[in-house]
Design a protein around this ligand. Structure first.
Ligand SMILES: O=C(O)CCC(=O)C(=O)O
Ligand SMILES: [Fe+2]
Length: 291
């Protein structure tokens, strides 16, 4: 097993909005504490980290991911996780046990329909179409910082409802299956602005994929505000668009970013990535649904 001295690490920003490529570390090997501390600092500074040429086994992917915290076992989506490695979620357009997987084709932050929304996700690329299959990321600190003080004042006390039934891909699902999934993951009200526990910075927290409304506002009141925020959050200057290569591993911080899987490729051509998900700090509360 190789050891990577921390002095070899190079950090190169990927766009003005967010993202950095980290060079000079072999994630299959033993990453020493000093190197990991620099990776964590780069992660806090850049929100999304890209490591190229990392051809990891599932065990190596899990071992590196666990350095960031407590791993989710994907019990919320039991049909899609790997039977031998519940910490690994295949992210693919191919069928898994006879079903097509719901994919993140709307802007979102992972596990927002749970009481421990994801801290990090680490996505590793094994198969990518010859063209397309890109993923976009956006910086939710910037989304917050660039609102007017008046708008910040309006949003700060509000909670938004996150409901997996809202996702476009879930609307095409078998109703009984969706009802069961929604029972496992009932709607959650989360604060619309979160203070990042490590940086102390405020980040906007809404998701085009899962947010259905705002607690205390009528649908007519909430809808235009949410539509404005969805547009505001994804201005090109806040974003990075990643063109995948086999062997890429991207670690992103869900507490201050959103991401989007682009359908800019021939859906019949295989695309296969694997994700680990880190559980985040407790957040939000269950929304009482009318019986
Ligand atoms: O397929 C992708 O590009 C990203 C899918 C996604 O939302 C995720 O892995 O969390
Ligand atoms: Fe996602």
């Amino acid at each position: 097993m190789s050891r990577t001295p921390s002095t070899e690490l190079q950090i190169r920003p990927l766009s003005a909005g967010l993202g950095a490529e980290i060079d000079g570390v072999d994630l299959a090997g033993e990453v020493d504490d000093a190197t990991f501390a620099r990776i964590q600092q780069a992660w806090r500074d850049h929100l999304v980290l890209l490591f190229r040429g990392q051809h990891l086994t599932h065990e190596q992917h899990i071992r590196f991911s666990a350095r960031f915290g407590e791993l989710d076992d994907h019990a919320a989506i039991p049909n899609f996780r790997l039977p031998d490695h519940p910490e690994i979620l295949p992210v693919t357009n191919q069928e898994i046990s006879g079903r097509k997987q719901p994919v993140g084709r709307q802007w979102h932050s992972d596990l927002s329909t749970t009481l421990r929304p994801a801290r990090a996700s680490l996505l590793r690329c094994e198969v990518i179409p010859p063209v397309g299959g890109d993923t976009m990321f956006t910086n939710m600190y910037m989304a917050w910082d660039t609102l007017s003080d008046t708008m910040k004042g309006i949003i700060e006390p509000l909670h938004a409802v996150h409901d997996m039934g809202a996702a476009r891909h879930n609307r095409q699902r078998d109703p009984a299956e969706l009802a069961a999934a929604r029972k496992r993951n009932p709607p959650i009200a989360h604060p619309m602005v979160r203070v990042h526990p490590e940086t102390g910075r405020k980040a906007l927290y809404v998701s085009e994929m899962t947010t259905t409304g705002i607690v205390g506002l009528t649908e007519d009141e909430a809808r235009p505000l949410l539509e404005f925020l969805y547009r505001h959050c994804v201005q090109p200057e806040f974003t990075y668009r990643h063109r995948w290569e086999v062997g890429d591993l991207i670690a992103w911080d869900n507490r201050c970013t959103m991401h989007l899987a682009l359908s800019d490729y021939d859906i019949e051509v295989p695309r296969k990535l694997y994700r680990t998900t880190l559980l985040g700090e407790p957040s939000g509360r269950l929304v009482e649904e009318p019986a």
